[in-house]
Design a protein around this ligand. Structure first.
Ligand code: SF4
Length: 382
């Protein structure tokens, strides 16, 4: 497939100091051992992915989790060094690390810079103690501010995560968080709506009648306010939930997902997508760290699933992802993937309603369309 000379690399570190009550990621309480066996398995899995992908231009290495800022610097270095030896690093290779504010210090920042990390995503979530307690986070507002300030002096690029929609949150609360974020001059902000997932502590609380999130309408109002405020401050909503002050601040790793670029997923539960000889494969690694290690030891690969994707599914995923970004998708690329064009009459109707914007070969959701993106995408693909 044209353009599939690139590869993004996601590395999942599944451990956290403690499990937040809203989190439904594949995470486990950090253990005392230093994770040596898991790192060895990840390195072997990287080599396996290289066999699958062949030579590619490596555009990003993203350490996510879990809490990869718990990883020892020598382990980060081992994974980064191996990845850039296996694939050809792009001139603008992005190397990003998700970090808990508690893990940010002079010492860790120095170590992270030394191993090549150049973009830090700080899991701030809020600067308010009340919100952080409600969210069950193990840091306070002062720690969040200190981590952001320190990271800003040492990291070339910093992004912060903000959660909105926790029970009782008002527009003033949101404004207070935005004020602190904006005053820091941070280049990138990722926003997350608090959603209650069934298999979490918040999900169990909801079953008992206690909702830890605001009502859907309130959440939508908060999000619209957030978009307006960040827009007024010069942050471009380049993806539904992501805002950047400048093009260079954007997450090139996440853009790879949204643009349909191949990605390798290393570590327990990590997902991947790979074109091979005209077929696109979806992979999922074994969920539990022990199963992942065992799978790698027995087969050389951590994969639990590896399946070819149907042409229609590949094309649908391209639309689902492509409409999330301001730049939108290429209609001709969709046609190549699906073997047919997107329904012209539906596009025209959605353009007339002000939900889609069509510009030559590009199709994008309008600001109004981005607010109802799920319904819009469903309608377009129906
Ligand atoms: S720190 Fe992040 S990944 Fe870990 S439990 Fe909390 S929300 Fe989930």
């Amino acid at each position: 497939m044209p353009g599939q000379d690139k590869l993004a690399l996601y590395i999942h570190w599944p451990y956290c100091a403690r499990i937040c009550p809203y989190c439904d990621f594949n995470v486990y309480r950090a253990r005392r051992d230093d994770g040596e066996a898991l790192i060895r398995a990840m390195c072997a899995d990287l080599r396996h992915w290289r066999d699958l992908s062949g030579p590619r231009r490596l555009i990003s290495i993203h350490f996510g989790g879990g809490t990869p800022s718990l990883l020892q610097a020598r382990h980060l270095a081992a994974l980064i060094d191996l990845a850039v030896a296996l694939w050809t690093p792009a001139a603008d290779l992005e190397i990003g690390l998700e970090a808990n504010p508690n893990d940010v210090s002079d010492e860790t920042l120095t170590a992270w810079r030394d191993v090549g990390i150049e973009r830090l995503s700080l899991g701030v979530q809020s600067f308010g103690n009340h919100a952080l307690q409600a969210l069950g986070r193990d840091h306070g507002g002062a720690q969040a501010r200190a981590a952001l300030e320190l990271a800003g002096t040492r990291m070339p690029r910093v992004s912060l995560d903000l959660i909105y929609g926790w029970a009782g949150q008002t527009q003033e609360d949101l404004d207070a968080d935005l004020h602190t974020a904006l005053a820091s001059g941070v280049g990138h902000i990722s926003t997350y709506q608090l959603t209650i997932e069934e298999k979490t502590a918040f999900g169990r609380a909801l079953k008992r009648g206690r909702n830890m999130a605001v009502r859907t309408e309130t959440s939508a109002d908060l999000f619209e306010h957030l978009i307006a405020r960040l827009g007024a401050e010069g942050y471009s909503q380049y993806e539904v939930s992501n805002f950047a002050r400048a093009q260079a601040e954007r997450s090139r790793h996440n853009l790879a997902y949204w643009q349909g670029v191949d990605y390798a997923g290393i570590g327990p539960g990590a997902h991947g997508r790979l074109w091979q000889s005209g077929t696109r494969f979806a992979s999922v690694a074994a969920l539990k760290p022990s199963d992942y290690i065992q799978a790698v030891n027995e087969t050389g690969s951590g994969r639990a699933e590896w399946a070819p994707l149907a042409r229609e599914d590949i094309a649908d995923e391209y639309v689902l992802m492509g409409l999330r970004i301001r730049d939108g998708l290429s209609l001709s690329h969709y046609q190549t993937l699906a073997g047919h064009a997107l329904a012209e009459d539906r596009i025209e109707a959605l353009v007339a309603q002000g939900l889609l914007v069509k510009d030559g070969d590009r199709l994008a959701a309008s600001p109004k369309g981005r607010l109802v993106l799920d319904a819009l995408t469903r309608h377009l693909l129906a």
